[in-house]
Design a protein around this ligand. Structure first.
Ligand SMILES: *Cc1c(COP(=O)(O)O)cnc(C)c1O
Length: 365
């Protein structure tokens, strides 16, 4: 067919490798544990579920376009000003809006070697030039990022902690990174896993946002709050950036069920603490058990671990096939530059034990 006789997508779009979500099935297995998308083994807070259910009775009514109740609940939970928050349809939408607002065709957007794949996709969708910066020992490296900045750089994405490595950049390094960036470059701190981090030298970015004009933080209700299905994210940023995002977002970008559930979830501290305690316990246990099988794990502070199979006697591909047969669905991470590793979400106790036992059998230990 003549390429000029039909609509053509904008430059860059056909270069995009579409995001492939984690698998959710294991045909043949009696019971399936989905450990491929970093979802919460605790599910959503009962209060959040009830709130969303109630809103179904008013499905004909448009949501509050400003997500006011949700912004206020988030502000109260984090000690922020609600005017500096925009709620979004998952933090994926936040990343896409920020790119749309601040990147022109030909501009460069920076992310790191094993960084979250959505950054590259959104940069390409905006006609920008994706710039992938090498990491050091599977950690984002402030100096390497600064060395990659050019006159065309407009945006820098840092997932902190990062997915799929689970590593984080200490606050002093984040400050140094920010201090080295030109003032017209936007630093996006994606803190999707912030609640899980138990380290004194970690900060999610609130202070850096509050005291600067070129930093934003994105957050999500998909992970610790167990509300991935409802798609709730938010941006905390300086007023001028919030203003720009409000001009380009969909007028009703967050639905009523999400707003109601988000308000209830933000107010349920006990549920968050339960999820953190579960994660602490099983993250430590998995590290110990999997390392004991001779596998290398990247040191993770998130709700997942990256398991490497080099030198183990098996491959990520074989391990994935075997675990899937046993009903444990992990995530292949070849697209993230780890062809011989699997990412495992920390699941319910029986799933964590089951994966260790299956790998023990596979490795003949
Ligand atoms: C899971 C995840 C998100 C959250 O995406 P949502 O669109 O809010 O579900 C954002 N950033 C990273 C690095 C993630 O792993």
């Amino acid at each position: 067919m003549n390429q000029t006789n039909r609509p053509q997508p904008n430059p860059g779009i056909m270069d995009i490798a579409a995001y492939v979500p984690g698998k959710d099935g294991a045909p043949g297995a009696a019971k399936v544990y989905k450990l491929s998308s970093n979802e919460s083994p605790l599910g959503a807070s009962p209060a959040a579920r009830a709130a969303a259910q109630k809103l179904l009775d008013r499905a004909e009514i448009y949501p509050d376009g400003a997500s006011t109740a949700l912004r206020e609940a988030i502000a109260a939970a984090h000690g922020l000003n609600a005017a500096n928050i925009v709620c979004t349809n998952g933090s994926d939408e936040a990343i896409s809006l920020l790119t749309k607002a601040y990147l022109q065709p030909g501009d460069e957007g920076i992310f790191t070697e094993h960084g979250f794949l959505v950054y590259r996709i959104d940069i390409q969708a905006a006609g920008g030039v994706p710039v992938s910066v090498p990491e050091t020992d599977e950690r984002a490296d402030a100096d390497a990022i600064l060395a990659a900045v050019t006159e065309r750089t407009r945006i820098v994405f840092l997932a902190n902690p990062n997915n799929p490595t689970g590593t984080y950049m200490p606050v002093n390094e984040v400050r140094r990174l920010h201090a080295g960036l030109p003032k017209n470059v936007l630093l996006v701190l994606d803190a999707a896993y912030a609640e899980y981090v138990r380290r004194n030298d970690y900060e999610c970015g609130i202070e850096l946002v509050s005291s600067n004009e070129n930093v934003v933080m994105t957050r999500t209700f998909s992970k610790i709050h167990g509300l991935a299905a409802l798609r709730i994210g938010w941006v905390y940023g300086p007023a001028h950036i919030i203003d720009a995002l409000n001009r380009i977002r969909g007028p009703f970008n967050v639905n009523s069920l999400a707003i109601a559930a988000g308000v209830a979830a933000a107010g349920d501290r006990a549920h968050v603490e339960k999820a953190v305690a579960h994660n602490d316990e099983w993250l430590a246990w998995l590290n110990q058990e999997l390392t004991g099988l001779g596998l290398r794990l990247t040191p993770s502070v998130g709700n997942f671990v990256l398991i490497h199979f080099d030198g183990s006697g098996t491959s990520a591909e074989e391990a994935d096939a075997y675990l899937t047969e046993c009903g444990f669905v992990l995530r292949r991470v070849t697209g993230y530059g780890f062809p011989n590793a699997l990412r495992m979400t920390i699941g319910p106790a029986e799933a964590n034990r089951g994966v260790v036992e299956a790998l023990r059998a596979l490795l003949g230990k």
